[in-house]
Design a binder for this molecule. Structure first.
Ligand code: COA
Length: 330
């Protein structure tokens, strides 16, 4: 059976970031913080904030159109759309259905996945399975977040960290050496209370009380989250390399989840990678959850930092906790 499996590759990428820039200096006017504190603790200098008329599906569709163009296929050739988001336009229908409608992907199945900041890699892994078995030929994955609408702008512990953005990729059957080599997915729900949004679901349905208690905003224990993030991102990177029979020396470019520069640097150190083998944009966009890696790889491609044959390592970590990694031969 195994010899009949096909290979999947990333045929095109795209991204979109809203125009409005919110700098650390701007935040100094909103909460008791400073540019110096935010920069030294996180590496973030600014983030993007969506305009009121922009929703997760609207910005996701913009990234999707770019990815389709880069892949050289039309929306009606898509078999499936998988959207990774923790900020859907609404609980249902799936944001994928809304994106399908905007881009005109009339033959595609539509589903969303919720793996927080690891969602883009989870989507890649799932798309990979459908292509490898021959079930589908063209899959669009979108990672789109408008975190500014679930951010508590009165909580300085969290509001300095997040931003809005969307990235997308088209995954297709490969006819060359380009391929998704391996992926590793993990998580541990025992950490559910370290990073979460408690209100609005079946546990705490929306009520005046949930709103008064600000349960509709992100809650995070930053310090504990930081430690698990460093450990699990490093382990996830090692696990996917081992799965692929490769070593850290084979990595051409690490594209990590962009939550905090210090987390990225700790993972970089563990993998013994020089600065020019690590893609960083957390300074410009902050943490955009599922969208970070999707945007970063699309930017890296547009900047000419990715060459055919390069080995790209994605590694992410997020609420759940979830963690994930993927190795791509470009
Ligand atoms: N401005 C100024 N001071 C702030 C602040 C802000 N925006 N946010 C928190 N502080 C204060 C705290 O109140 C605390 O003050 P205290 O000592 O008087 O109580 C102090 O800074 C230290 O807080 P602490 O939480 O220990 O700081 P830290 O070094 O852990 O950095 C984070 C905080 C959030 C930047 C860091 O923990 C982090 O990045 N964690 C991981 C977050 C993350 O990546 N989450 C997403 C994962 S996908």
């Amino acid at each position: 059976m195994v010899q009949h499996l096909k290979h999947a590759y990333i045929a095109g990428t795209g991204y979109y970031v809203p125009k409005k820039v919110l700098t650390n200096k701007d935040l100094e006017k909103i909460v008791d913080t400073s540019d110096e504190w935010i920069t030294t603790r996180t590496g973030i200098k600014e983030r993007r904030i969506a305009a009121r008329e922009e929703t997760t599906s609207v910005i996701g569709a913009k990234a999707a159109k770019q990815a389709l163009k880069a892949a050289g296929i039309k929306a009606d050739e898509l078999d499936l759309i998988i959207t990774a988001t923790i900020t859907p336009d609404m609980p249902f229908p799936a944001t994928s259905a809304l994106i399908q409608n905007i881009i005109g992907a009339c033959k595609a199945g539509v589903v969303d996945i919720e793996a927080a900041c690891s969602g883009y890699i989870y989507a890649i892994s799932m798309a990979n399975q459908f292509i490898r078995t021959g079930e589908y030929k063209n899959i669009l994955i979108v990672a789109s977040e408008i975190l500014s609408r679930i951010t508590d702008w009165e909580d300085r512990n969290t509001c300095v960290l997040f931003g809005d953005a969307a990235g997308a990729a088209v995954i297709r059957e490969s006819q060359s050496k380009s391929e998704i080599i391996a992926a590793y997915l993990g998580g541990d729900g025992a950490y559910k209370d370290l990073l979460y949004l408690p209100g609005g679901g079946s546990l705490n349905p929306v009520s005046k009380a949930t709103i008064d208690k600000r349960l509709h905003y992100i809650k995070m224990k930053g310090n504990e989250t930081f430690k698990v993030a460093v450990t699990q991102m490093s382990l996830s990177a090692e696990k996917v390399l081992e799965k692929a029979g490769m070593t850290k020396k084979d990595v051409s470019l690490l594209v990590p989840h962009q939550a905090n520069l210090r987390i990225i640097q700790a993972v970089q150190k563990r993998l013994e990678l020089p600065d020019d083998k690590v893609y960083i944009n957390v300074n410009r966009y902050g943490n955009t959850s599922a969208a970070t890696i999707a945007v970063a790889i699309a930017e890296a491609v547009q900047e000419g930092k990715v060459k055919k044959g390069d080995i790209i390592l994605f590694v992410a970590f997020g609420g759940g906790f979830t963690w994930a990694s993927a190795l791509i031969r470009w």
